[in-house]
Design a protein around this ligand. Structure first.
Ligand SMILES: Nc1ncnc2c1ncn2[C@@H]1O[C@H](COP(=O)(O)OP(=O)(O)OP(=O)(O)O)[C@@H](O)[C@H]1O
Length: 296
């Protein structure tokens, strides 16, 4: 891991603390994310994923424990929230929570404009962010936000955050509700941002194919605790732990494990589609020295 740009130490959180409706959500969570890393957070519903990422840009502040973002200790009083939100862009699960202007271009321009940037730069950033998420500027800037499809709204919400040019991008279920083609396109764009622009990426997902495709490292949350972290290969290799916490594995892992259990010589750790396909194809090739010989 590179130098950590985000560290969480022993973080606990209880909703409605001190009331009869107290709801504990996090218990002593630890997490470290290196600059330029792509980290997935997985866990069953209610395990605390959203609560955790809300601590990264000051939507929640540590009740106990520590969150440090690029040197800013969020447990200290008088945090510069504006600066923090420029460093950490959070895209919510539901794009409706994030879009409030009538026109697409105005909505994406809102953040950079509030930063006090000159109009020319605001416009450049809006164009850049729109093209990046796959919304052609000339075609979409004057479109009404309310009349967009769910997938287009998701792209607008993402572009609005990208236009602030954050150092860390945090995505809550980035492709939920998208059709397979839009999902694939958006994931490829996000991957490019991480790999080519060196944007640190943290994302929450229930989709294990997404984890396999994007993540360098995976944190597993269960009942408000970080129970495991490792590379996708390590995490997906630990199917017992995942099953115990109602977390699936990518289809590729399942297929390779079934072949392996039936005695076929495959490595079930290969979770990427290309690697899995190669292994399956190699099983279909004739084995042994007589390969290709036709006996009559
Ligand atoms: N605003 C809130 N007030 C009270 N309790 C809450 C609130 N938000 C979340 N919780 C509770 O905190 C716990 C963790 O919720 P959280 O939304 O962080 O989980 P999650 O892993 O993101 O779930 P999901 O995968 O369903 O989005 C749950 O028990 C939830 O009911």
């Amino acid at each position: 891991m590179n130098l950590p740009i985000l560290s969480v130490e022993n973080l606990s959180h209880t909703y409605m603390l001190g009331t009869p409706l107290e709801q504990p959500a996090l218990f002593g969570v630890n997490m470290h994310v290196g600059k330029g890393e792509c980290v997935a957070i997985i866990g069953h519903t209610g395990s605390g994923k959203s609560t955790l990422i809300q601590h990264f840009n000051g939507l929640q502040f540590p009740q106990s424990g520590k969150v440090v973002v690029d040197g800013i200790d969020l447990s200290q009083p008088r945090i510069d929230c504006k600066m923090l939100r420029r460093k950490v862009g959070l895209v919510f699960q539901n794009p409706e929570d994030q879009i409030f202007e009538k026109l697409v271009g105005d909505d994406i321009a809102y953040g950079p404009f509030k930063m006090g940037l000159p109009l020319k730069e605001v416009r450049e950033r809006v164009r850049w962010a729109m093209e990046l998420v796959g919304l052609p500027f000339d075609e979409f800037r004057d479109r009404a936000t309310f009349a967009l499809s769910g997938g287009q709204k998701r792209k607008v919400a993402l572009a609005g955050v990208l236009a602030l040019q954050p150092d860390i991008l945090v995505l809550d279920e980035p492709t939920a509700g998208l059709d397979p083609r839009s999902r694939k396109e958006l994931l490829a764009r996000i991957k490019r941002l991480n790999r080519e622009e060196n944007l640190t990426l943290i994302f929450v997902t229930h989709n294990m194919e997404e984890v396999a495709y994007l993540a360098d490292r995976v944190y597993v949350l269960a009942n408000g605790r970080d129970i495991y972290n490792g590379s996708p290969r390590e995490v997906f290799g630990n199917r017992e732990v995942l099953r115990a916490h109602q977390i699936g594995t990518p289809e590729t892992v399942e297929i390779l494990h079934r072949l392996h259990d039936k005695g076929h010589p495959v490595n079930p750790g290969a979770f990427e589609v290309e690697g899995a396909a190669e292994q399956i194809l190699s099983l279909l090739k004739p084995q042994g020295g007589d390969a290709g010989v036709v006996r009559v």
